[in-house]
Design a protein around this ligand. Structure first.
Ligand SMILES: [Zn+2]
Length: 83
């Protein structure tokens, strides 16, 4: 597999390697936490699944980028989503 240059990377890939900092999609705050589900959560996987904004309390799915409702979680199957 060929290594991509920085310019060839999507924003998502840049976030994954820490090249850019994830910010809240709603208010733009950088004060966010990455949430990993723990057992027995059905959508648990080895890594974070959603971003929680400490400022506005909104939650966004890691892969879908969707805002999550109060009783929603990010399905782990979404990791196979492609851009
Ligand atoms: Zn926010």
């Amino acid at each position: 597999m060929k290594n991509k240059t920085y310019a060839e990377c999507s924003d998502k890939e840049k976030v994954q390697v820490g090249a850019i900092k994830e910010t809240c999609r709603s208010c733009g705050s950088g004060n966010i936490v990455f949430v990993q589900y723990s057992y027995p959560h059905p959508e648990r996987h080895d890594g974070w699944s959603e971003v929680l904004c400490v400022g506005c309390k909104k939650r966004f799915g890691r892969w879908s980028g969707r805002e999550l409702g109060e009783n929603e979680s990010e399905p782990k199957a979404n990791k196979y989503l492609v851009n």
